[in-house]
Design a protein around this ligand. Structure first.
Ligand code: KIV
Length: 271
């Protein structure tokens, strides 16, 4: 297999070019082969194997319980499906905080065992040593600032971040540090639109917003949320593009009825 054929159509370099020419970047999460195949074939630019898998796949309240092994399982399933999009994988809680050697080892495991294209980590200046160490190993990094769900117990709430000047200035400072260090993109989660637009203008790295307004270079949503699989999660930033919860419930109810009434299988559906 040639080097070219192992590199997907969307590269980190291509995302930078998109920012420069003002072309918006579309990113969605996926956690399994079948979903990733649909999302990739539809033409998405970036697929994030997010640690939101902890919530939507495993049913945990927060993203904290998911392990590196679990993330690797999800990422391998996604990578097997993807031909076009850039695949980014979250380093989960506990796999990088506080120790840059641990961070590098975790990032190397993701790249080696999943064949994904890049990793994503949450945080700013406090993780800069890890960022530099991972980048120096040739592993592309996407940053994540604003509402960083792995710190939910520190925040105590999923409310909008960086509304106050001090936190907004810290976020601006962190975004500059990550961009200057060489991160190829930064997720900005749940911060005021005006701040996100200012960050986007001031840094070289493309910004990908979730609840951060239209001034970002791109947008990301959790696939289960935008497809309406989750009924109970309705933040203001979420646009639902389908109501799969209702469709799936209807289909399952119909199947149950058909089985109970001996309608399924019929003569044409048997051997
Ligand atoms: O884990 C995730 O899905 C994320 C997105 C919300 C950006 O980090």
């Amino acid at each position: 297999m040639s080097v070219e054929s192992t590199v997907r159509a969307v590269t980190t370099y291509r995302l930078t070019e998109m920012k420069q020419r003002g072309e918006k970047i579309a990113m969605l999460t996926s956690y399994d082969y079948s979903m990733a195949k649909i999302v990739d074939a539809a033409g998405i630019d970036v697929i994030l194997v997010g640690d939101s898998a902890a919530n939507v796949m495993a049913g945990y309240e927060t993203t904290l319980p998911i392990t590196l092994d679990m993330m690797i399982y999800h990422a391998r399933s996604v990578v097997r499906a993807v031909e076009h999009a850039l695949v980014v994988v979250d380093l989960p809680f506990g796999a990088y905080q506080g120790n840059s050697k641990v961070a590098l080892d975790s990032a190397i495991r993701i790249m080696k065992e999943t064949e994904a294209d890049a990793i994503k980590i949450e945080g700013g200046e406090e993780i800069l040593e890890s960022v530099n160490r991972i980048l120096s190993a040739g592993i592309p990094i996407m940053g994540h600032l604003g509402l960083t769900p792995q710190s939910i117990h520190k925040f105590g709430t999923y409310a909008v971040r960086a509304k106050e000047e001090a936190e907004a200035e810290k976020l601006m400072h962190d975004a500059r540090l990550l961009s200057d260090a060489g991160c190829f993109g930064i997720v900005l989660e749940k911060i005021p639109a005006e701040l996100a637009a200012r960050v986007t203008k001031e840094i070289a790295a493309p910004t990908i917003g979730i609840g951060a307004g239209g001034g970002c270079d791109g947008q990301v949503l959790v696939i289960h949320d935008m497809l309406g699989i989750n009924k109970g999660f309705s933040p203001r930033f979420l646009r639902r593009y389908a109501d799969l919860h209702t469709m799936m419930t209807g289909a399952v109810e119909q199947y149950i009825k058909d089985v109970k009434e001996c309608d399924f299988p019929n003569e044409k559906e048997q051997y």
